[in-house]
Design a protein around this ligand. Structure first.
Ligand code: MLT
Length: 415
């Protein structure tokens, strides 16, 4: 009999969002009449249609695919140069950052990249993850065998958890002990928190001091509003030697269903062989992609390219304003009802302390049953998320206004 990857057996029963779906399904079986009333503010999935410029570019690309003279088969495994050049110009050169198109690797999104990166990192690395955390960072490490078993408290042996609490503004502090690979995500999922430039400087210094690598996830970069906040880790001197950056078009261009993102792997970034010899990761990352993937479809890449045109930029700005407007309403709605609210100003997520000392899952059930609103329990993102919940601002304005009204009604029910 073939053997399986035993590491998968260490994982918690289900990834967070399927578990939420399971609970919602069970609720609807008991209360089928509630189905039309439910408002989903759980998973951060966009609701607004794709930008017109993206639609036009994808239509044109599809027409090209329908003609023998312009048809395209396999594309370059690291992405078409038209898209890598548009990204290098629009996301970096225009902001005074030195990232070349050859350092950009187009993919089907950050989630895949977060798992794929572990292919080129060796055994025995000490990994640091924030807590609360985007669960993909943890689960992919479990799958790759980089952790021990899951403990009763939900944490895995062998991972270093970096607490993000109200006291540290939900920004993990640089640890006293050396780590080899650290995941950071800003604007943060799930807390909506943002890192300052001096705080990011401290992390880059730490990584350079310990020869560590920072995997810097900027999936929510388009939401940064603080003028002084860093939009990219490459704004910090020395980051090219210690950081990879993970980008997504999901939350900027509304691509959650289209699938496209990219990583940046600077040529200077190195890691050690088993024999202790430093070697660049760039060639390994390219080898990984050209062996395991044929990149993303031509039509999708033309759509992503359109996001960097003048119309595309305007349309992205409008989408982001819409979701940030929702976040403001949700923040105000929760605060008005006396809840402690965090995030939502540089991010599409609002992080709220559960009222009346409830646990995260108690609050989830309460909001589901009493308000018909699906939120994400903070504890689903880690131990430090217990006692909090996350509301996603990815929704229609009408739904968000209804959520705010229902929060008001909830207050009356609980008093
Ligand atoms: C979330 O809700 O945390 C995100 O939508 C998950 C993701 O982007 O994969």
């Amino acid at each position: 009999m073939a053997s399986l990857n035993d590491h998968y057996l260490k994982l918690a029963g289900a990834y967070l969002f399927p578990e939420i779906d399971r609970r919602v399904g069970a609720f609807l079986e008991r209360h089928p009449e509630a189905a039309t009333r439910l408002i989903r503010c759980g998973i951060g999935d966009v609701t607004e249609p794709l930008p017109r410029s993206v639609i036009a570019a994808m239509h044109a690309a599809l027409d090209e695919m329908g003609e023998r003279s312009t048809f395209r088969g396999y594309g370059p495994p690291l992405g078409y140069s038209f898209l890598r050049e548009a990204i290098a110009a629009g996301d970096f050169a225009d902001h005074g950052l030195d990232i070349s198109p050859e350092e950009i690797f187009v993919s089907d999104g950050s989630k895949s990249d977060c798992g794929a990166i572990l292919d080129i990192l060796g055994d025995g690395n000490r990994f640091g993850v924030p807590d609360p955390v985007y669960p993909v960072y943890v689960d992919t490490n479990v799958m790759a065998g980089n952790t021990g078993p899951r403990r009763d408290d939900g944490r895995y042996e062998g991972l270093a958890y970096l607490p993000c609490t109200a006291d540290n503004g939900f920004v993990p502090e640089v640890p006293d002990t050396p780590l080899d690979v650290i995941y950071l995500c800003f604007p943060n999922n799930p807390t909506g928190g943002m890192i300052t430039r001096p705080q990011l400087r401290a992390w880059v210094d730490y990584a350079l001091r310990h020869d560590a690598i920072i995997l810097y996830d900027v999936a929510y970069q388009a939401y940064v509003r603080d003028a002084d906040a860093p939009r990219s880790i490459y704004e910090i001197d020395g980051a090219r030697r210690c950081a990879m950056e993970f980008h997504s078009f999901s939350k900027s261009g509304g691509f959650t269903g289209v699938r496209c993102g990219y990583t940046v792997c600077p040529r200077e970034l190195q890691a050690r062989t088993r024999d202790g010899e430093p070697r660049p990761l760039h060639g390994l990352w390219a080898r990984r992609w050209s062996t395991k993937s044929n990149s993303v479809g031509y039509v999708v890449q033309r759509g992503a390219e359109a996001l960097f045109g003048a119309d595309g930029r305007r349309e992205v700005a409008t989408l982001v304003e819409h979701y940030l407007g929702n976040a403001t309403l949700l923040r105000e709605g929760c605060a008005k009802r006396g809840m402690d609210v965090f995030g939502g100003t540089n991010a599409p997520y609002v992080w709220v302390r559960c009222p009346d000392g409830r646990s995260s899952w108690e609050t989830f059930d309460w909001m589901l049953e009493e308000a018909g609103v699906i939120i994400t329990p903070g504890v689903g993102f880690g131990q430090c998320g217990e006692g909090y919940f996350r509301i996603s601002a990815f929704n229609t304005r009408d739904n968000v206004e209804q959520v705010v009204d229902r929060l008001g009604a909830l207050e009356q029910l609980t008093r």
